[in-house]
Design a protein around this ligand. Structure first.
Ligand SMILES: NC(=O)c1ccc[n+]([C@@H]2O[C@H](COP(=O)([O-])OP(=O)(O)OC[C@H]3O[C@@H](n4cnc5c(N)ncnc54)[C@H](OP(=O)(O)O)[C@@H]3O)[C@@H](O)[C@H]2O)c1
Length: 221
């Protein structure tokens, strides 16, 4: 199974502004790159914070939809929302989109959703204390559902958990020509941080400059 984190970042290392608005700094080329990554994956993984801040949703590129259908896949990959608490607003536009929705959560987080039809699947994979996701168990469960490629779209809190759990294999990072500033504006990975000794190391696989943007492709070592 391969998990690829796909993010766009300003030149000063922000993935959003201080108001946590959905990012608008990527070009059309960056959006096309994001769509390609999403549509070539088996599932998309998104943190509940990103969903609340306006992320998640269907892709509309007809060629990519046709390519999926020709391969016998669904028109859109299922989107997995990750939440410990299950505290998600069921009136978000995401829930009225024509897309398969899964929830990855704890037993407590699942309680409000088991009787509802908002999520097509509720996957419970919790640690022994019930407070967090057991990522190894999640991997096993996803493998049982024939998931081989996961496209992870952030945000920063979930990325911290996934790097700590060694769950991310590759990273696509687009550096966009803006400076957002703001100490409260999120960078790609939040959490408590890593000591330099334990910091995940990356191997640079490729760098492409397209107009004013840099597309960096890394492997997590
Ligand atoms: N530029 C980009 O490419 C890009 C991409 C994505 C997001 N963003 C931006 O990033 C911001 C959102 O990032 P964020 O860090 O605030 O939120 P986030 O990482 O999307 O979501 C955080 C939530 O995810 C859940 N979570 C985190 N770790 C978990 C774990 N180990 N187990 C289970 N659930 C876990 C928790 O949900 P519960 O609280 O529900 O338990 C947590 O509150 C937004 O501003 C968004 O626009 C930018």
């Amino acid at each position: 199974m391969k998990t690829t984190l796909v993010l766009a970042m300003t030149a000063d290392g922000k993935i959003s502004d201080v108001k946590k608005s959905p990012p608008t700094f990527g070009s059309k080329r960056d959006y096309a790159h994001l769509e390609e990554q999403i549509m070539s994956s088996d599932v998309v993984l998104v943190g509940s914070g990103t969903l609340k801040d306006g992320g998640g949703g269907v892709e509309t590129n007809p060629a990519l939809i046709q390519a999926r259908l020709a391969q016998g896949k669904s028109a859109q990959p299922p989107q997995i929302i990750c939440s410990r608490s299950g505290d998600i607003d069921p009136t978000l536009p995401f829930f009225s989109q024509s897309i398969e929705r899964w929830l990855l959560t704890t037993k407590i987080g699942a309680v409000d959703w088991l009787e509802r039809t908002s999520f097509d699947r509720v996957l419970v994979c919790e640690t022994a204390d019930g407070k967090d996701i057991d990522w190894q168990a999640a991997k096993v469960k996803l493998a049982e559902l024939a998931v081989e490629n996961i496209c992870f779209l952030g945000g920063a809190e979930l990325a911290a958990s996934l790097f700590a759990a060694n769950f991310i294999d590759e990273l696509w990072l687009t550096i966009c020509p803006f400076i957002y500033g703001g100490s409260a504006a999120p960078s790609p990975v939040a959490g408590v941080g890593f000591t330099p000794e334990l910091a995940p190391r990356l191997k640079l696989l490729s760098v492409d400059q397209v107009d004013q943007e840099l597309f960096l492709h890394y492997q997590v070592q």
